[in-house]
Design a protein around this ligand. Sequence first.
Ligand SMILES: [Zn+2]
Length: 244
Amino acid sequence: MSSILKEFSCCCDGQIQLYYIKENYVEETLDGLKKAASKLEAFFGVPTRPVEVMVYLVPTRRWYEQLVVDVLKVNIEVPSRESRIAQMQRKELVLLSPDAYPSHSIYTYEKTEYERLLCHELTHVYHEHFTSNLEMTPRWLEEGLAIYLSNQWRTDVEFRDPVQRAIQTRELPSLEEVENSILLSYIWGWTLVRFLDVTYGQDLIKAIVVQGSDQAVYEATRLEKEVFEARWHAWLKAERAIQS
Ligand SMILES: [Zn+2]
């Protein structure tokens, strides 16, 4: 264990190891992660080997930056923006404790919102566990699945509003544009996952996740890219659940 982690206590519950300094929000975090894990196992199926995750619940932004850079080895800008509260890398997740939200972030704690955040991050861990080719997985599939399964697509205006506006003005992006843009992957990925879910069902999404390549979606649906794009666009224009 890294020497930075000496100050942390561990609350280990089966597949989840939660490290913390202050006890505030340990229970809420553990509950949220367990809830997310059972939701994800309902979707992906119970894995033959358990999906393990190490979570660091940190009490300040300074701790957050230190863990992300030194433990996760992810290069983020320091000082980090106040909108950053979670960073995932493989099986490790650094979380700014909601205890620190008032002074170290732009957020206020709200239970269901926090649970959606935990589910989003844990979806990435499950995705990585089940896929055979993460390198080739399009970002829209990774982020789209996390936003879709966590239900953030229903509640977060940053994902809903641009989609609703674009449908109204009939300015839909091409698949090529979504594939080549990080921002568009976040905004449109969940619509592609939802389209796949309501049209083909979750077994097909699982097959795409497992295969992981950028062609997996076309192979699984047996559609040429242009045809798949046209059907996704037609579905978006007709889908009242998104527009309303
Ligand atoms: Zn994500």
